[in-house]
Design a protein around this ligand. Structure first.
Ligand code: NI
Length: 137
């Protein structure tokens, strides 16, 4: 871990009060850790908006497995993806619905395209893409 630096921040009273309420609700013990997390989040977000940036992520989808050929299409797309697919976890949620969490690595733009392709298939009811780029402690 790199050395800790201290710096002062000037902030409007009302904004600070709102922020203190926010971090209390989130369970932070002090402002420093909350500010560090917000900075990390902003930097990762900024980094992963570059399509060529290397990223790790998860694609989460919920779908109805009764939809004809959908399971086959999902499997086919994963086998032919440009991404490194580390794992694919399948959970049978109930009689109809399946949750699949696919852990991938590749270019941020490719992860987003692939996640959107899966999410747009008929029978996929929910989809979400999480992107992470490890660069900051
Ligand atoms: Ni299932």
């Amino acid at each position: 871990m790199s050395s800790i630096k201290r710096f002062g921040v000037s902030i409007e009273h009302n904004l600070l009060r709102e922020f203190d309420g926010f971090i209390k609700k989130k369970g932070y013990e002090n402002r420093s850790e909350a500010i560090r997390d917000l900075i990390r989040e902003a930097l990762v977000k900024e980094k992963t908006t570059h399509p060529e940036a290397e990223a790790t992520g998860t694609i989460n989808i919920v779908y109805n497995h009764h939809r004809p050929r959908l399971s086959d299409r999902l499997t086919h797309l994963q086998h032919n993806s440009p991404l490194n697919i580390f794992s694919s976890t399948h959970v049978h949620l109930d009689k109809d619905l399946c949750l699949e969490v696919i852990v991938v690595n590749g270019k941020a733009g490719d992860i987003i395209s692939f996640g959107e392709k899966l999410g747009s298939l008929r029978g996929v009811l929910h989809s979400q893409i999480f992107l992470f780029s490890p660069a900051f402690e």
